[in-house]
Structures are given as C-alpha cells and as structure tokens.
Ligand binder design. Structure first.
Ligand code: ATP
Length: 228
C-alpha cells in the first residue's frame, strides 16, 4: 500500500518515507506514541520502525528489563497504529554487542536505498549527540526529526552541530537546521512529560499508570508483574 507521501524515484520505484525510532522502550509510553504520531502526520511517513535496543550504549545490562518484554510491549503499542512497525533490528545477537545508531541507520539505508530515511529522537538525546559513535557520519547519513521534550531548549540544539556541517539555507527557519548533507527538523508540536523512568517509579510505588502507557501495554505490565 502506498500513501500520498510515496512517489517515483529516478529508478522508477516507489520512494517511501520511513523513520527509525530507537530507544530502550522500558517501557514504551504515551510520550513515545505522541512523538511518533506527530512525526507521522507532519512528514507523511509511510512507516515508523520502533527499534528497542537489546544493548544500548548508555545503559548497563543489569538495569534493563528483558528484551523480550520490551519488544512485546513495543509490538502491542504498534498494533494500534497503522504504519507503526516493531523492529528486531537491535535484537539480541549470537555474539552480544552494543548497538550503535550509525550501524542501524546504515543497515536500513542498505535495505531501503531509494527511500527517504529519517531518525526520530528526543531533544534530550540530540543534546547528547557528540557522545554518540561516529556522530558526524551519522549527521550525514539521514534526516532527523528531533522532538521537543519538556525541560530541554530547542534553540541550543543548533550548537550541537559542528559549524563546518552547516549548509546554506535561504532565510532562518526556526523549525529546521539545514546541514550540508541532511536536515534536522525540530518537531515542536509535542510536549509530553511522560518518561519510562516515571512509569517504572510509579509501579515500584504501587501507583497506577493509566494513561501513561497504551492500554494494551498497561495490561501486559500488570499481567506480567513487571517493574515491581
Ligand atoms: P528513561 O526514562 O528510562 O530514560 P525515556 O522515557 O527517555 O526512558 P527511551 O526509550 O530512552 O525513553 O527514549 C527513546 C527515545 O524517545 C529517545 O530519543 C527519547 O529522547 C525519546 N523520548 C522519550 N520520551 C519522550 C517524550 N516524553 N517526549 C519526547 N521524546 C521522548
């Protein structure tokens, strides 16, 4: 199925707009879904691949819930939204290793050479960008959708980009940073305070999480007695 966003590439194939949304998703919550919906609407995305990481670089293995639970919750959340796809791209591997975004983006680029590729991340993560593996190459490898997050200023995001990466843009657009080889779009229409930390903390204190996670995810968490 194609949407109005898909159009013919030079080679004649349908060019689709696809986004990668990586995270620990421990658990996936209403803030993630709000960001993905806003991005889907604004950029006419044909597909958003939700990629729970079995081994994220910045979190230790001990503090993570089993991958199978995080993946299942991601799949349950995606089931409610056309175009949202749970991905096993960063599933546990036979030789366990840390997953870096640059490698995942390159993998999708190889698999979808004709498509318009975006990486969705929250403003808090974009501010950490210079600590990411090969972040300068990552900036060259796809477009970005950076979602606003309460407590993080979007105007400082420009300072994260090395000056030599900046491209020429006709006039100043507060919603994008034009780079030489990509564009960083600022998604300012979402402002969700929800975090996975808050969901986990509430469950540990035996408080309700209704509305903070999709209802199927809430049922799963309660049924499996996660985060107790
Ligand atoms: P934790 O509280 O455990 O650190 P988290 O809520 O930040 O988790 P992650 O799975 O680490 O969730 O986030 C995946 C991606 O989603 C990151 O890029 C993060 O910045 C973004 N994100 C998470 N919550 C929000 C939110 N409420 N608004 C905007 N972006 C968000």
């Amino acid at each position: 199925m194609t949407t109005p966003a898909a159009h013919k590439s030079a080679g004649g194939a349908q060019r689709r707009s696809i986004a990668l949304f990586g995270g620990t998703f421990d658990p996936i919550h209403a803030g993630h879904i709000a960001v993905a919906q806003a991005a889907q609407r604004r950029f006419h995305l044909d597909a958003i691949h939700f990629i729970p990481s079995s081994r994220p670089p910045h979190k230790s293995q001990q503090e993570l819930t089993l991958f199978i639970h995080r993946y299942t919750m991601t799949a349950l959340a995606c089931a409610e939204h056309p175009g949202f796809l749970p991905s096993l791209a960063e599933a546990p591997a036979p030789h366990p290793h840390v997953f870096y975004s640059i490698d995942t983006v390159r993998k999708f680029r190889r698999e979808h050479p004709e498509d318009h590729l975006y990486l969705i991340i929250g403003a808090d993560q974009f501010l950490e960008f210079p600590t990411w593996k090969s972040y300068e190459q990552l900036l060259d490898s796809c477009d970005f959708i950076v979602a606003s997050r309460p407590g993080f200023r979007l105007d400082v995001l420009r300072l994260i980009v090395p000056p030599e990466k900046l491209g020429r843009s006709p006039g100043h657009d507060p919603h994008k940073i034009v780079l030489r080889r990509s564009v960083v779009h600022l998604l300012t229409t979402v402002a969700s305070h929800v975090s996975s930390t808050e969901v986990r903390d509430r469950l540990q204190r035996h408080q309700g999480i209704h509305g903070l996670v999709p209802s199927r995810v809430e049922e799963y968490i309660l049924g499996q007695a996660l985060y107790r």
